[in-house]
Design a binder for this molecule. Structure first.
Ligand SMILES: Cc1ncc(COP(=O)(O)O)c(C=O)c1O
Length: 418
């Protein structure tokens, strides 16, 4: 029964006459951007893709030849990467890892496990010893005691947090590895991911210098060989038209960083595991306007789609950037509803007032049947959304590849004037 309902919904969506609702991923754009980013990175720095930003297999495939590897935060994510490549390096992170997950991660030969707590460390040691497996390579994820970290919308370190091991417990963790973990766990370095969506390249570079200086201190205090410092992701993207993260400035500062040069001199590598910056700008969510109406003096445009497909504006409480594609999709005898020169709330098809994509948008012209194309919908968009709430059909997914006309979403639909 469940299958037939799903099949019926899929069939409805395939019907040509159904309103447009689709994600469009510009794979060529993602590749071009990453190629550009790699060009300015210092030699001992490596770029990984944190697939939580968008785990679409086509995106993983597109990035496979470019990035050093992938960061995953669950076995589900790990299997998505392994479905694309058996060999590509994987960093396995995330809080609250279960024993079964740790076992599977080891079986799937992840390159490094990010250890988030002392208990997790004990679990790994016990698993490896019991199964008499080769040493597990780990990076200790550290939550620094610092009020100098940049402040962003999403903060994961520098204060109380469920992520990582407090800086005060570094010594205990190292001792645990030395005493109980000998032969079972190899400490290869440290991991930090203290924030997301940071826009300030200079502060980001300073934060990484701070990480590297802390690591140097632990290295000297405990006589450690540090192969890797993973400085996480967190490179920001703006949704309001203001300037985003300046990657060129950031990598220029990294080139000059004495701490990075010292790491390189000891043979150490600096990893980044970026999600948002790699994919956000290359995803588009297109949703057709299915109704326009005035309610108590305010105008509403209702979409085939909404926050169950693109939850980011509801999650962050922002107005999501968009443009309108005008279409001739109107076949009825009766009047086509429209709005001209007014402010409009652009909302979704869900029975909740929280299903709002943009409030008070200034609209020159919009009609039922036109398509709203939400930009910057490549990261933390579909993947963080409550897809099945209310059972509306999922959107279609389209991919633009090298050789396709560069993303001109307008060309995807029949264009018309308003
Ligand atoms: C541990 C870790 N690494 C990397 C990322 C990717 O962050 P971003 O998409 O901000 O680059 C996240 C995001 O939450 C994360 O938790």
């Amino acid at each position: 029964m469940k299958t037939s309902v799903q099949q019926a919904l899929d069939a409805i969506q395939r019907e040509k006459n159904e309103p447009i609702c689709a994600y469009i991923y510009d794979l060529a754009g993602i590749q071009e951007q990453v190629r550009g980013m790699l060009q300015t990175m210092p030699r001992n720095t490596k770029l990984f893709y944190a697939i939580k930003a968008n785990p679409d297999p086509r995106i993983i495939e597109a990035l496979l030849p470019l990035v050093k590897g992938f960061e995953v935060a669950s076995i589900g994510e790990l299997l998505k990467v392994r479905a694309v490549s058996h060999e590509v390096p994987i960093l396995f992170g995330g809080p609250g890892k279960k024993e079964s997950e740790l076992k599977l991660a080891i079986e799937h030969n992840v390159s490094y496990i990010h250890v988030e707590s002392l208990l997790e460390l004990r679990r790994i040691i016990a698993i490896v010893k019991k199964r008499q497996q080769p040493e597990a390579r780990v990076l200790l994820r550290i939550n620094l005691r610092s009020n100098t970290l940049p402040q962003t919308k999403i903060v994961m370190g520098g204060g109380p947090s469920p992520f990582g091991i407090d800086e005060e417990a570094v010594e205990e963790a190292i001792e645990l590895i030395r005493v109980e973990g000998a032969g079972a766990v190899r400490l290869c370095g440290f991991h930090f991911h203290s924030l997301s969506n940071n826009m300030d390249a200079r502060l980001h570079a300073e934060m990484i210098d701070l990480y590297l200086q802390k690591v140097e201190r632990w290295q000297q205090q405990h006589n450690l060989q540090v192969d890797v410092v993973n400085a996480g992701g967190g490179f920001g993207v703006t949704y309001d038209g203001s300037p985003g993260f300046d990657w060129s400035l950031f990598t220029a500062l990294l080139q000059q960083s004495e701490a990075r040069k010292r790491l390189a001199a000891h043979g150490g590598e600096l990893f980044f595991e970026s999600g948002r910056l790699l994919v956000a700008d290359h995803g588009y969510y297109a949703a057709e306007v299915t109704d326009i109406k005035r309610s108590h003096g305010q105008m509403f445009a209702i979409l085939r789609g909404g926050t169950h497909h693109l939850r980011l504006p509801a999650s962050w409480g922002h107005n999501h950037p968009f443009h309108i594609v005008y279409t001739d999709r109107w076949k009825h005898e009766f009047t086509r509803p429209e709005v001209r020169g007014e402010r409009v709330h652009i909302v979704g098809e869900l029975c909740t007032p929280k299903d709002r994509m943009h409030s008070d948008a200034e609209i020159d012209c919009l009609r039922v049947g036109d398509v709203i194309v939400f930009e910057k919908s490549g990261a933390y968009a579909w993947t963080i959304s409550h897809h099945d709430f209310l059972g509306h059909p999922h959107p279609a997914f389209h991919y633009l590849m090298e050789g396709d006309e560069h993303v001109n979403v307008n060309a995807t639909f029949q264009s018309a004037n308003c």
